[in-house]
Design a protein around this ligand. Structure first.
Ligand SMILES: Nc1ncnc2c1ncn2[C@@H]1O[C@H](COP(=O)(O)OP(=O)(O)OP(=O)(O)O)[C@@H](O)[C@H]1O
Ligand SMILES: Cc1ncc(COP(=O)(O)O)c(N)n1
Length: 274
């Protein structure tokens, strides 16, 4: 079985972060492992607290993983602070990690900072140059490129400038654009658009985490980047389109929408009354 590792924060409500990543990796047929950067106390209405791992303990998690079950792909999400970013970059270099998908998570959908202000510099200097592909949303692409993004041409310009600067492919996600869900992949000078059907579902908590984990899973399985992105978008559209509706705020998606089997149903579905 192919293997994938997520290096990210825990979301106690299960819709984003480590929990979304693990569900996504399992649904995409790879063995999932995790190194947790921080615990968050959050639910669908917002984040109420963060407790970071120490750099030493994060390093220990990564040593345990890389010296035993080597991941075929790695995804990074909430990396939280400069000292943790330094550990992640050092370990990825030390173990020559491959297929690295960096989701440059900065602020949650609910508006809470998940990357400290002073860590943006460390993210740029240490982690981005190690990425095989970077997956910024539009606000993140604006921070990384230093340019405002108002339309598709701006997405192309920003992705190119980020990709050239950090020597990686860049998938600029269009979920924050009002009218569509089209994402732009810049790779070695070539722009490719991935057209998405915008699904009328307000429950988009964790879409970015899910997409980047699905890309990592498909890279782990041996798909090329374009196919990995296409398959990841299809998976995400299915999870959003399943129209799960949980929690009082912006709810999670149904990550396991495509699974079927004997262990899924409860007594009602099975007609055995408990
Ligand atoms: N309503 C929607 N219908 C279809 N696809 C969507 C929708 N919203 C977002 N997407 C897709 O979800 C993926 C993630 O994009 P988005 O821009 O929401 O990332 P993000 O902001 O990092 O996510 P997050 O909400 O986890 O922070 C992209 O492929 C985007 O096109
Ligand atoms: C631990 C963790 N990682 C990432 C996100 C971003 O997801 P979203 O933007 O959907 O809130 C989050 N809320 N929590």
């Amino acid at each position: 079985m192919k293997t994938a590792l997520t290096i990210a924060g825990s979301d106690s409500s299960g819709g984003a972060g480590i929990q979304a990543d693990i569900k996504t990796m399992c649904a995409n047929g790879v063995y999932a492992m995790s190194a947790i950067t921080a615990l968050t106390a959050q639910n669908t209405t917002g984040v109420s607290g963060i407790l970071e791992s120490t750099p030493e303990f994060l390093a220990s998690q990564l040593d345990c993983i890389f010296t035993d079950i080597f991941p075929d792909a790695v995804k990074t999400g909430m990396v939280s602070s400069a000292p943790l970013i330094r550990v992640i970059a050092d370990k990825l270099r030390q173990y020559r990690a491959k297929n690295i998908v960096v989701d440059p998570v900065m602020v949650s959908t609910s508006g809470f900072r998940l990357l400290s202000e002073d860590a943006v510099k460390a993210l740029k200097e240490q982690l981005l140059p190690l990425a095989s592909v970077l997956t910024p949303n539009i606000p993140e692409a604006e921070v990384l490129s230093g340019e405002p993004i108002a339309g598709p041409e701006d997405m192309e310009r920003a992705a190119r400038s980020i990709g050239v600067r950090y020597g990686c492919a860049v998938l600029c996600k269009g979920g924050h654009r009002v009218s569509d869900a089209d994402d732009l992949l810049w790779r070695s000078g070539v722009c490719t658009w991935f057209r998405g059907r915008r699904i009328d579902n307000p429950n988009t908590h964790g879409t970015g985490c899910t997409l980047s984990s699905a890309i990592a899973s498909n890279l782990a399985k041996g798909f090329g980047l374009e196919q990995a992105v296409e398959r990841a978008k299809d998976y995400l559209s299915g999870a959003l389109g399943a129209m799960l509706d949980l929690g009082a705020g912006q709810g999670p998606m149904d990550h396991l929408h495509s699974l079927s089997g004997a262990f899924l149903g409860g007594p009602e579905e099975r007609g055995c009354g408990g």
